[in-house]
Ligand binder design. Structure first.
Ligand SMILES: Cc1cc2nc3c(=O)[nH]c(=O)nc-3n(C[C@H](O)[C@H](O)[C@H](O)COP(=O)(O)OP(=O)(O)OC[C@H]3O[C@@H](n4cnc5c(N)ncnc54)[C@H](O)[C@@H]3O)c2cc1C
Length: 426
């Protein structure tokens, strides 16, 4: 079905998106965006959304989403399908197989996949944003040429590993070490809660090259999981996001060649923090998709289900819940896409807005999912309907990529930075 793929869509969009940018803007954009990037027009994004919806209707219908949840296993052929559709390299250069599009586009894809299945959406983000986009932003031309084509085609699976069992919120306290040896580094330690970890071929791994330097002694590495000494200790059994395979990973003297250092030696914290901003932005579209999924379930149900001789949606209490769900979704959507537009159009990545967008959408997402369960009554509490799955899935977004508490701290610290001159009395 070549006519439905994004690969075929992009050339068609080209004439629509060509709008010359002022020189300064182009310079700013160049560090965050693929070569030749031009910010998409609203009609391009609407067309992209339609194409992704065609994909999810075909490849991730409700039966696939429910089966993925029940079996707690990622559908094995899904990576190839996502790759064939051109969805795995939205923000990557076209010369390595990417779509050369930006963060608004990536949020659209993330939202629509998550609307179909929260867990496939989460695995998608770990692969296409945390791994592919991190390589796109920080990789050398050789690293991009070696790893991106396979990741974008879906023939290899990507992940990113920073968290450890003792270092979650305080991630820079990580204990994994990377000792310099002839020709490269040897990694020792373990990583916890790694999305796609059990399936990954390529993982962006953070480790301490100079532990005594604290956060200034962290380096990012590209690790091939076929390397001797790497193993997945176990796949985690989670309350939600089931089928987004999450693992605990062991690194027992894993040799990584020098050419697989991602970014600068001891510059890992910069790679990590910038990556986290954009990760939070794109992940904020996950709860948007799940809120839409909650409405997709609750709206028809409340109009079909009759009690006291009329559809339950004719009661004002029920209308109030539906109105709240809709309003929260629209407000969260506006925040996410406004933040993504600022990145695409101005090259401006505002830490407080990336954290703010996911803080807001995740918390509203849990509220909407709870309302959806309530509106369905007894059917909301049984697994025959997707309401409970949506609730179990969306809760993750208040925890992963920094918890809600940490996001509030990040926003507060950004204000402290802006107002630092008052503290200094200048
Ligand atoms: C399904 C899933 C997928 C994940 N995928 C990945 C992945 O792909 N790669 C990866 O590297 N990591 C991943 N993670 C890890 C995730 O980022 C961490 O779980 C998260 O950052 C929280 O860390 P923690 O679990 O250690 O909680 P903790 O840091 O132990 O926090 C526990 C509680 O204490 C609160 N808390 C901690 N410090 C403070 C403070 N200073 N002030 C106020 N409250 C505080 C937290 O908000 C939280 O409520 C994933 C996690 C899950 C559950």
């Amino acid at each position: 079905m070549a006519s439905l793929t994004l690969r075929s869509l992009r050339p068609a969009l080209r004439p629509l998106v060509f709008r010359p940018l002022p020189a300064l803007q182009t310079r700013l954009l160049s560090s965050k965006h693929p070569k030749g990037f031009e910010s998409p027009a609203p009609e391009d994004l609407a067309e992209l959304r339609e194409r992704v919806q065609e994909f999810t209707r075909r490849e991730i219908p409700e039966e696939v989403a429910a089966h993925t949840d029940k079996t707690n296993a990622f559908p094995p052929d899904m990576w190839g399908k996502l790759g064939d559709a051109g969805l795995l390299g939205i923000t990557a250069d076209q010369d390595v197989g990417g779509m050369g599009m930006g963060y608004q586009a990536h949020c659209v894809v993330m939202e629509e996949i998550s609307r179909a299945s929260g867990s496939i959406g989460l695995s998608y983000a770990a692969h296409a944003q945390l791994c592919v986009n991190q390589l796109q932003l920080n990789g050398t031309p050789e690293q991009k040429a070696r790893y991106l084509p396979g990741l974008i085609a879906g023939t290899s699976v990507g992940a990113l590993a920073m968290s450890e069992s003792g270092s979650g919120s305080d991630v820079v306290s990580m204990r994994m070490t990377a000792k310099e040896v002839d020709g490269g580094y040897v990694l020792n330690g373990s990583k916890m809660w790694i999305t796609n970890g059990p399936d990954a071929d390529v993982i962006v791994v953070y480790a301490k090259t100079e532990p005594e330097k604290g956060s200034r002694g962290i380096t990012a590495f590209i690790v091939e999981t076929k390397t001797a000494g790497f193993s997945c200790a176990r796949k985690l059994d989670k309350m939600g996001m089931r089928g987004s395979n999450t693992g605990e990973l062991n690194f027992d003297s894993v040799f990584v060649p020098r050419e697989n250092v991602l970014g600068k030696v001891n510059g890992g914290v910069g790679v990590l923090m910038e990556g986290l901003d954009l990760e939070r932005l794109v992940l904020s579209a996950g709860p948007l998709g799940l809120m839409q999924a909650a409405l997709d379930v609750a709206l028809p149900f409340t109009h079909q289900r009759k009690q006291f001789g009329q559809p339950i949606a004719h009661n004002q209490f029920v209308q109030g819940k539906l109105a709240d769900m809709y309003t929260k979704l629209q407000a969260a959507r506006s925040y996410t896409y406004a933040t993504a537009r600022a990145v695409d159009e101005e090259g401006s990545v505002r830490t407080q807005d990336c954290a703010g967008a996911i803080l807001y959408s995740a918390e509203r997402g849990t509220e909407c999912a709870l309302d959806c369960v309530q509106l369905l009554g007894g059917m909301g509490y049984v697994e025959e309907m997707p309401a409970s799955r949506i609730l179990r899935d969306v809760k993750l977004y208040e925890i992963g990529a920094g918890t809600s508490e940490i996001r509030r701290m990040v926003i507060g610290r950004a204000f402290n930075k802006e107002y630092a001159h008052f503290a200094k009395g200048t």
